[in-house]
Design a protein around this ligand. Sequence first.
Ligand code: SF4
Length: 114
Amino acid sequence: MKKVAVIGCGSYMQSGYGCPGEWRCLKAAALGEGNFEGPSQVIAFFTCECPGRTVGPNMGMAMKLSEMKPDAIYLSSCLVKANPGCPYVGPQELAGILEKQTGIKVVQGTHDYH
Ligand code: SF4
């Protein structure tokens, strides 16, 4: 089973409009639905915090402390499909930062649930 990390948009999740941390990202990973290639083990789940500077360090810390490296990093659907969009860092830029720092593939979005 693949090991994955999921990163949500902290701004969106804290606003309480149907946060993906409730169940959507976790269900999609567990069942291998949405953008997951098959049932996947979530070994890290954390949020981006405006203006986005913490994502790289937090991913590094999660890998260091857990002593596990995910096979893929997923940006949550709320982060990727944000409307209005993030005023600080777009999902492509965020993915580029993470891929450069970790060498791990970053997938845009987790699920299609409503
Ligand atoms: S920087 Fe953008 S993606 Fe990150 S928490 Fe803020 S609004 Fe969300």
